[in-house]
Design a protein around this ligand. Sequence first.
Ligand SMILES: Nc1nc2c(ncn2[C@@H]2O[C@H](COP(=O)(O)OP(=O)(O)OP(=O)(O)O)[C@@H](O)[C@H]2O)c(=O)[nH]1
Ligand SMILES: [Mg+2]
Length: 320
Amino acid sequence: MTSSSLRSSWRSPRHSGNADCHLDPAEAKKQIDRIPRFRILVLGRASAGKTTVLQRVCSTTDQPEIFNGNGEKVDTGAVQGSLGRRYHNIENELVFKSNPGFVFRDSVVLEVGSSAEFDRVQKFVTDQAKSTELEKRIHAIWYCIPLSDIHRMVTGVERKFFNACDSGHVPVIVLLTKADALQLYAFMELEDNGLTVDDAREEAPVAAKQLQKQCLEQIQGQLNGLKFPPQTYVILTDMQQESADCEELLKCTANALKEEELQQLLMSSQWSNLGLCMEFAIMKTLRGSMKHVAGQIELDSLACALSMWFPFEVCEILQV
Ligand SMILES: Nc1nc2c(ncn2[C@@H]2O[C@H](COP(=O)(O)OP(=O)(O)OP(=O)(O)O)[C@@H](O)[C@H]2O)c(=O)[nH]1
Ligand SMILES: [Mg+2]
């Protein structure tokens, strides 16, 4: 069997399993083999940069298609005013045509007002933590905190989320978005300290890096002591630019996953950075096989194992 035919069967429509993924690794692996798409929940305040991150990961500027809980497409052409609510309804799934390997859910966690919305998010997250169906559950959570609002980086809602929402085995990664905004803060601080405009402009990039480090430490200091702290943090800069790089985000997310099969699923779902697929294939699979004596390596099965880190479509083209 070539790896692409093996991958075809891996990608074929599957049925949901009920086995307990916490207890039986063999059953968990069987279920993972049937998962076709990587599922991410993205959370954060309004305008935190959530949609922009998803667009960059899927290499598109389009809006996603929306599917309701029954898998039916939701008509986005209707009343514009309710569009935000449709994107942010945690029950709905968002899929970009450019990259259907990812399924997203997107919800705004509000600082004030509707605690019903927060309760829905909390219930969803804790249900995911208990879920034994790998096929349907969320595989990672991205929580966006914008650095553009340097005086309100961690607010009550973040403290509430990381104190109340137990995501269990689903890793929560904090995305510190809009880090480029710190350049302006750094510039203004340098000017306040008496530098000329030209000198302040020249020194701003270095000062902004320093400020970035301080912000990260401050946020870690506030979140890491809470009941359910995030697993890791990623700083994102200039994501509004179409050429923005998602490598660090994808790498951090992959490393936060416990199961190698889920790491493979993430890598093979993303098409924006094939170098990353290569890196994981070498580090995780090829390096392990190098321990064998050359003559003992089964080239077909090695190629197949390596191909699991790459998008299915790439393997098909290469006939791996
Ligand atoms: N400077 C800067 N702007 C950004 C960055 N990421 C996103 N933006 C801008 O921030 C604004 C809001 O971005 P969105 O991605 O729509 O934010 P959102 O969290 O999806 O917003 P809602 O869905 O309305 O809650 C847009 O104008 C983006 O272009 C960034 O890294 N740097
Ligand atoms: Mg949005």
